[in-house]
Write a protein that binds this ligand. Structure first.
Ligand SMILES: CC(C)=CCC/C(C)=C/CC/C(C)=C/CC/C(C)=C/COP(=O)(O)OP(=O)(O)O
Ligand SMILES: O=P(O)(O)OC[C@@H](O)CO
Ligand SMILES: [Mg+2]
Length: 232
């Protein structure tokens, strides 16, 4: 399976696994066969080439699409994965997280396989999350302000993915709804605090794709399966 042939735009449910956390083999198998459409290998802190490769080896034999979502250029590893989802954070005053890291990456690696790269427009809304702290995102935004970022992402920058990120906490459905009403062509991702079928269904009404991360570790695979069932 090559990246360009993957129908990532049809994914309704994605599971985000963190290379900095451990799952045993039974849990990995249960995630890979849960019905989730893809596995994202991603974390803001403590992701190394080693723990990323270890996690990739645990998940790679199940035939499920694998995506790396790097938090820095060192984490941009294409080996053994289908696609790279590369974030740009829109609501930060620090341009490093918009295009600066990307420029450093392009400088260091002149031969990036761009056809395997899918850019993501992140709107980071939990200031206490690792990604919120690292990027110093301005999170105190009204639904209309988030929607305006989403419109810029789609119509001005032509990002294929707009990602409403509440990592670690459950977000405001009114914000996700406003973003969904603001865009037409881009895929709307929602991630943060989804740990039940009810929350999956609520955000799944507005988002094209929901992302479940912490609940896999904190609540287990049965909960993950309930979130899959709620949106498929
Ligand atoms: C140019 C390249 C290849 C990379 C730079 C990419 C950028 C700009 C990243 C900035 C945003 C970021 C750090 C994204 C990482 C993905 C993400 C949001 C992971 C989840 O993070 P948390 O759940 O907050 O962190 P932990 O899981 O580490 O606690
Ligand atoms: O870990 P949770 O809170 O499920 O968030 C999912 C994902 O959006 C994190 O980047
Ligand atoms: Mg996390």
């Amino acid at each position: 399976m090559t990246g360009t042939h993957l129908k990532w735009k049809n994914w309704a449910h994605v599971t985000k696994l963190d290379p900095d956390k451990h799952l045993d083999a039974a849990a990995v198998e249960a995630v890979a066969t849960s019905g989730t459409d893809a596995i994202l290998l991603s974390g803001t802190l403590n992701v190394t080439r080693e723990n990323l490769a270890d996690l990739r080896e645990q998940v790679e034999d199940y035939g499920i699409p694998l995506v790396v979502e790097p938090a820095d250029p060192e984490g941009a590893v294409f080996e053994g994965v289908d696609l790279l989802f590369v974030p740009s954070v829109l609501n930060t005053p620090d341009a490093r997280w918009v295009v600066g890291k990307h420029q450093q990456w392009a400088l260091a690696c002149p031969e990036i396989p761009w056809e395997q790269v899918v850019p993501e427009a992140y709107i980071v809304l939990n200031p206490a999350s690792a990604v919120g702290r690292v990027t110093r995102a301005v999170c105190d935004l009204k639904p209309a302000e988030v929607a305006a970022y989403a419109r810029c992402a789609e119509h001005y920058f032509h990002f294929p993915i707009v990602y409403i990120e509440y990592s670690g906490t459950y977000g405001d459905p009114a914000v996700v709804r406003a973003a969904s009403e603001a865009i037409t062509g881009a895929s709307l991702y929602y991630g943060g605090g989804i740990d039940s079928a009810e929350r999956a269904a609520e955000m799944g009404r507005y988002a094209d794709t929901i992302v479940v991360g912490n609940a896999v570790y904190e609540k287990g695979v049965e909960t993950l399966k309930a979130t899959v069932k709620a949106v498929q």
